[in-house]
Design a protein around this ligand. Structure first.
Ligand SMILES: [Mn+2]
Length: 281
């Protein structure tokens, strides 16, 4: 059995994390987590330094999560925007490194929530490959791997499936650019989560375990035990990050289309996530 490094995404709480969230690092340590996944998009250096110290002092590792917007869109036809994308991804890598994270995950292939109203084009794909390769070079200097995350069709049009993500990663052909698999998106887009994991073999750099409804893991339709068995089968040995969303930050909850309570509080989600991974032998 490969080692399972269990993480918990702090996007559950808010898109920006600071000292007010420190007590949740104690909870993670208590429940046997190996680390915290922390959003870096808007994080200041002071916040990153605090979070690096707060996790390290509790024996926790970190992973970072970021994304791209219309102003930093890797597939934009505008070369100035693509240059901004390379710079932005470089800054995200810098922030990840400041946190001590070796993995920077998230939808960094195209602008989040922006639609052309057409399927992706070969030109868009070629631009994305160039931008990601440049970002990967930056990541390599810092020891940070970008793990790009396909999203479901309602949040993105450019990259929806594990097979397309794997092909994109191979086209980039840079060791510091890998893929992410999030069971929530796979549950919507794929024939099965297990098939998506098989399609990711060789290009998978990060995994997020998330329910179909984004709430407490184990209370929805995802077969996490089957997913973890398949991850073992392909030899995946990276992080398994529990990802759930809430309305703890109401504006962020609305942005993610969370319209109701999906759990019984943060500790219940942290405990459920740990139990699911621990029981999946
Ligand atoms: Mn995700």
């Amino acid at each position: 059995m490969t080692t399972r490094r269990l993480g918990f995404s702090f996007l559950y709480f808010a898109p920006r994390i600071d000292a007010r969230h420190d007590r949740w690092f104690d909870q993670l340590a208590r429940h046997g987590y190996a680390g915290a996944e922390l959003p870096v998009h808007d994080a200041t250096d002071a916040e990153l330094d605090h979070l690096a110290a707060a996790t390290r002092s509790r024996g926790l590792g970190t992973t970072a999560v970021g994304f791209t917007t219309a102003a930093t869109d890797p597939i934009s036809p505008d070369p100035a925007i693509r240059r901004a994308a390379v710079a932005h991804l470089g800054r995200l890598c810098d922030k990840a490194a400041r946190l001590g994270a070796k993995v920077l995950a998230g939808p960094m292939h195209s602008a989040y929530g922006v639609f052309s109203e057409q399927p992706p084009t070969t030109d868009e794909r070629a631009r994305c490959v160039d931008v990601l390769r440049a970002a990967g070079e930056h990541g390599k200097r810092l020891g940070v791997t970008l793990a790009i995350e396909p999203l479901n069709r309602f949040e993105c049009y450019f990259l929806n499936t594990a097979a397309d993500c794997s092909a994109l990663v191979r086209a980039v052909g840079h060791p510091n650019v890998q893929g992410t698999l999030d069971t929530h998106h796979a549950h919507i887009e794929e024939r099965s989560v297990a098939a998506a994991i098989r399609a990711s073999a060789g290009t998978l750099g990060h995994v997020q375990l998330s329910e179909n409804h984004r709430g407490t893991p184990g209370t929805g339709q995802i077969d996490f035990a089957a997913a973890i068995r398949e991850l073992d089968a392909i030899g995946y040995d990276g992080w398994l990050v529990i990802e759930a969303f809430s309305r703890q930050d109401p504006a962020f909850g609305s942005a993610l289309r969370i319209w109701r309570a999906l759990d019984d509080g943060a500790e219940s989600v942290i405990a459920a996530g740990a139990a699911i991974v621990r029981s999946a032998i």
